[in-house]
Design a protein around this ligand. Structure first.
Ligand code: 2U9
Length: 369
């Protein structure tokens, strides 16, 4: 705030020895105040206004304090009364002006707040992008719905596993190719060879260890494979595996369940084909194919003219596995299956590249509300 040198001197030093000069001197200060106040009120800067108010009314360094200190207290006795009167008039004028301005600023603030709060209902609403469930999650929930509808329940297990649960108990013997660190991430420094699970099967073993049959579970979750990422492979992907063990499960129930799943997932017209295959933990094993959901089986680019799309692997539980969980292979039988959720999502929604599922490109994600 610009200084007012005259208030640093006494009236005597300024040579104001008559009441007229005193009145003129105070008028000079009052005129200076009014000019500064006008300048201030052109702006609306609250901070600037606060400084201006302090500059005039500040207890320590305010103009009024200086006038009181230098002019009033040092006024010659014959001028004390006129100085006192002029000071009171100046003080009253300054405070009244500042108060009026404060109200004005307050009113303006309330008004803009009111204007701000005043919702103009004619204005279009603010589109709040609420996002969508990720396609993998949507597909997973679709798969979960289908199996829960036929009496399976969901169990989830640890992503860091031991070689015993990830391999041994699943009849994947030592030196089996799946074991070497080609395909598996081993936890460095872990004395017991802890690893990142390569499938969710370990949780089926853990469940059978804890529970007596019948068992009907699906086990979803992330699994890890030391694959070089390409269009259809990634070092982490999502799986759902399933297991049903009871005293009288036949290949027929296995086939029926698989066909029910395919119709539920791809539609009532989808046909199912079982192709012989091999997995250490199932015997017999099969790859489950479905008629191509794009061409209906007549052959197209998506099914490479075969009319069939490979969906997932499955089979009757290899009795060797029961030995690891103290189940009586003589009295029990079961089937199991394993599916890649990412792969099924890509297949169902016609997505060519696995990486787009995890690149967080909203242009891609928005397509699947
Ligand atoms: C137990 C017994 C049997 C689980 C099975 C498959 C077949 C299978 C692959 C599908 C795509 C893995 O995600 S993928 O790459 N899995 O084909 N999985 S049978 O069999 C079990 C599991 C646990 C106790």
């Amino acid at each position: 705030m610009p200084a007012i040198p005259i208030i640093e001197k006494t009236l005597t030093e300024l040579g104001d020895s008559t009441p007229e000069k005193v009145v003129a001197r105070f008028a000079e200060v009052r005129e200076r105040f009014d000019r500064q106040a006008r300048e201030q009120s052109s702006g609306n800067d609250a901070e600037q206004w606060r400084v201006f108010v302090l500059g005039w009314t500040g207890r320590k360094s305010g103009v009024l304090t200086a006038v009181s200190e230098n002019w009033l207290k040092n006024a010659p006795s014959d001028l004390r009364r006129v100085v006192g009167q002029e000071f009171q008039k100046l003080k009253a004028h300054v405070e009244a002006t500042l108060e009026a301005k404060r109200k004005e600023i307050e009113a303006a603030a309330e008004q803009s707040a009111a204007a701000h709060d005043q919702i103009d209902l004619s204005l279009p609403g603010v589109e709040r992008a609420i996002g969508t469930r990720h396609l993998i999650w949507q597909t997973y929930q679709e798969l979960e719905r289908i199996f829960l509808s036929i009496g399976f329940r969901v169990v989830e297990g640890p992503e860091i596993e031991t070689p015993y649960y990830n391999f041994e108990a699943l009849n994947i013997p030592e030196h089996h190719p799946a074991r070497d660190n080609m395909d598996t991430f081993y936890i460095e420094g872990s004395k017991s060879g802890h690893l990142l699970r390569t499938h969710t099967s370990p949780m089926q073993i853990r469940t059978m260890e804890k529970e007596k049959p019948p068992v009907r579970i699906i086990v979803p979750g992330k699994v890890y494979r030391r694959d070089n990422p390409d269009a259809t492979h990634g070092y982490m992907f999502h799986q759902i595996e399933g297991l049903a063990v009871d005293s009288d499960i036949t290949f027929c129930e296995f086939k029926g369940t698989v066909e029910y799943f395919v119709r539920e997932f791809l539609g009532p017209k989808a046909k199912t084909r079982l192709r012989p295959s091999y997995f250490p933990f199932t015997e017999p094993s099969a790859e489950v194919d479905a008629s191509c959901h794009v061409c209906g089986g007549s052959g197209c680019r998506v099914c490479k003219m075969s009319g069939w799309i490979e969906l997932f692997g499955a089979g009757m539980v290899n009795p060797a596995v029961y030995g690891f969980v103290n189940y009586d292979a003589e009295k029990l039988s079961g089937f199991a299956f394993g599916m890649g959720v990412d792969r099924l999502a890509m297949m169902k929604y016609g997505i060519g590249e696995l990486p787009v599922l995890t690149q967080n490109d909203v242009r891609f994600l928005r397509q699947f509300p």
